[in-house]
Design a binder for this molecule. Structure first.
Ligand code: OOG
Ligand code: NI
Length: 473
């Protein structure tokens, strides 16, 4: 038999990312404008004196991936079968489910995971990931809307036959595909994530779902699971937001995530608001001669992200506490603060979050990788055990903050909300997260992001120690 030439999984992910990007730019021309704006800002930021550690997190591996390649996208799925099948597609391009995001506190009848690369090597080659949410029908209050959504979803098939065949081939070939199969896989997968200008529902049904929750209409009324945004990275989100406004884009009224800092943590994001697009709806009548009903739908937007350091559980607790504190202060004030006032408030509250790399590390608030410095190598240390703090202090080892590779549920909720056209009604339901339900559907355990960061940190420390020929404690 002839030797098959397998498509490298990371390269296949890059093909997938580029195909998504090309499709989205063609479908949403405004997104092309956003990419150009971000590119301009990135070029001018490149010339400025940015802390190299900050640059490394925002830029990623310049040699390995192009600056303008998207960093993430998002899809909203309707059924367990859709999630299971998407998991199979993503596994072939090296994306695995990491982390559980409960979206019910934001009033969304959904939960989510992040499909992303897990190893340092893969993340460096192309960190593209997909925020993937799925409907939890049990959280839809109105039985009529729930039945309608489930009925519409039961009738659709968002995967082509050829795609399903390729997935089976992938299974039979130990999770790999050939160059030719890979190219076809990307092309067929695009169909699943493309936009359909004709709905699979009548306008009345669409409206019924929309009245219950706008997200329901988006999830259940179409024949595909359209990608709802793509997100390139920006080296300076503040300038990019300003330029978006200056160019007349309708943008979110504030940047989600932590305030601007010298030592950025986690993830800051903003977007242009979802555009209103014409949709043809099925006629409600029985006669096939009834003409299609013209309407519109808002779902698709363009987003930018600026990444900072991955934080430890302690770092995350502090972040959550401070954000909550800021929101509590805002809630107590007699008038709702303007976006600018709220930003100011957040900034003030976050003065309590250390803003110095070595303090962040020594207080165990962030994850780091470690490298032996040239001074460290030249020191020819005796084969003994050394205290990490002493090595760092003497400049024999240097710590670098690890990039945060995941999402923030509260920011995600803010992104969802600003793109739904209306604030989702506050829900008094005491919905609880359903991690087990998600894992059940996936047929696999969700990886824990913290375990991945912790292992990467330990591995990097071990490598550094072995390079220096010492032990580190
Ligand atoms: C996903 C929103 C979450 C992010 O960047 O936080 C997200 C959605 O609107 O479907 O992509
Ligand atoms: Ni996003």
């Amino acid at each position: 038999s002839s030797e098959a030439s397998w498509f490298d999984r990371d390269d296949l992910r890059t093909s997938f990312t580029l195909a998504m990007s090309a499709m989205y730019k063609a479908e949403v021309p405004l997104y092309g404008d956003l990419v150009r704006i971000v590119g301009d800002v990135n070029q001018s930021t490149l010339g400025s004196a940015l802390d190299p550690k900050v640059m490394a997190m925002r830029y990623g591996d310049v040699a390995a991936s192009r600056l303008d390649v998207e960093r993430h996208g998002a899809i909203r799925l309707g059924t367990p079968h859709e999630l299971r099948t998407v998991r199979r597609i993503f596994a072939l391009i090296g994306l695995y489910p990491v982390g559980y995001y409960d979206l019910s506190p934001a009033g969304l009848p959904m939960h989510a995971t992040c499909f992303r690369p897990k190893t340092e090597t893969s993340l460096h080659k192309n960190p593209f990931r997909v925020f993937t949410s799925v409907l939890r029908p049990e959280l839809i209050k109105d039985p009529r809307a729930r039945d309608l959504a489930l009925d519409l979803l039961s009738k659709r098939n968002i995967f082509s036959d050829e795609l399903m065949q390729l997935l089976s081939l992938g299974d039979a070939q130990n999770g790999r595909v050939t160059l030719d199969q890979g190219r076809r896989l990307v092309a067929e997968a695009m169909k699943t994530f493309s936009w359909h200008g004709t709905a699979a529902a009548s306008h009345d049904d669409y409206q019924c779902l929309k009245d219950e929750h706008p997200i329901l209409a988006d999830i259940a009324c179409f024949r595909s699971s359209h990608i709802n945004h793509l997100t390139p990275r920006t080296l300076c989100i503040t300038s990019a937001q300003d330029l978006m406004k200056a160019e007349g884009l309708m943008v979110k009224d504030r940047i989600e995530g932590p305030p601007a800092r010298s030592c950025p943590i986690l993830l800051r994001q903003t977007s242009f608001l979802a555009i209103e697009e014409p949709i043809k709806f099925l006629s409600a009548g029985d006669s096939p001669c009834d003409s299609l009903v013209q309407g519109s739908h808002r779902a698709r937007f363009g987003e930018i992200e600026e990444r900072g350091a991955a934080v430890t559980p302690a770092g995350r607790r502090l972040y959550d506490e401070l954000l909550e504190e800021a929101m509590a202060v805002a809630a107590r004030s007699s008038e709702e603060p303007s976006p600018e006032e709220f930003d100011k408030l957040v900034e003030t509250v976050f003065e309590k979050y250390p803003d110095d790399w070595s303090e962040l590390r020594s207080r165990d608030l962030i994850y780091c990788t470690f490298e032996a410095t040239s001074k460290g190598m030249e020191a020819r240390l005796p084969k003994q055990s050394f205290h990490l703090e002493a090595l760092l202090e003497q400049g024999l080892v240097e710590a670098f903050p690890m990039t945060y590779e995941d999402f923030l549920p509260l920011s995600a909720a803010g992104i969802f909300q600003s793109n739904l056209g209306s604030k989702s009604p506050p829900r008094e339901t005491q919905a609880s997260p359903d991690l087990a339900g998600m894992e059940d559907v996936l047929g696999a355990r969700l990886d824990d992001a913290d375990e991945i960061y912790r292992a990467a940190q330990a591995e990097s420390l071990a490598k550094c120690a072995s390079k220096l020929g010492i032990e580190v404690y």
